[in-house]
Design a protein around this ligand. Sequence first.
Ligand code: PEP
Ligand code: MN
Length: 304
Amino acid sequence: MKIAGSTSLEDLPRICPLICRQGNPQYGEAETHVVEVGSVRFGGERPVVIAGPCAAEGREQTLAVAEGVRAAGADMLRGGAYKPRTSPHDFQGLGEEGLEILRLAREATGLPIVTEVMDTRLVDKVAEYADMLQVGSRNMQNYPLLKEVGRAGKPVLLKRGMAASLCEWLGAAEYIAAEGNYDIVLCERGIKAYPSGEYSRYVLDLNVVPAVKLHTFLPIIVDPSHATGVASMVEPASRAAIEFGSQGLIIEVAADIPGQAKPRCDAAQAIDPLTLKRIVDFIDRREREFAERALAASETACVQ
Ligand code: PEP
Ligand code: MN
């Protein structure tokens, strides 16, 4: 029986010819299109770590977190100025003031910034400040927004819709590519499934990481913060994501300032800079071990 609108991975060459491997044999079976944000290279030599507050809530808070994540060894800074919140009565982000604060944080730390844009009318404004534009989970299928973001001339971090299939997610990326922008980084951030909310916020779908790499040359990173919603799960989830082949992480961090109020959004999933440093150290150690093993293997091959 044919069902209207149903898709399977076999349909990818039709849905997303610009970004699927089948349509682009020049990338072979495993090559990644490296997305550069300043000197940061997604899909390059080593996994990229983006970290920062859920939202830029104020100057002092954002600068403190930014300094903490820089010292921990993160490559990029995250932070929302426009926040998608379940209730319109909740803190919505500082808007343009938040963008100004993020700009200060970039100047203070030298870290490029990624921030979310939710509104087609604000794409140009956010692009004036951001080094990378984030399209959030709730907007993954906002096609006018995807088109606008595709025309903005900035790399894009495209989060997976919380109930999106791989076909739908790659179809969303195709909208951006169709505007001529291939600098797209995909981000798995947890999907809705039975246990959502019972013991974790979403279900971290690590299985999708190798599947993404099989079907597209775009780099993929993982957000262990929104996927779990629990600070104590973020470090193990980060390690697991790297073991699954994730080419980066985006992590929410709260500053360690005595007497400082808790973050106004997503406090329960924020880790401290020390925990972030352990995650960065894990990646460094793993990369060193790989390099040493590769060197030993090539020396053995030379001797033989
Ligand atoms: C975020 O990263 O700030 C965010 C809101 O994430 P998501 O769109 O994945 O919920
Ligand atoms: Mn958040």
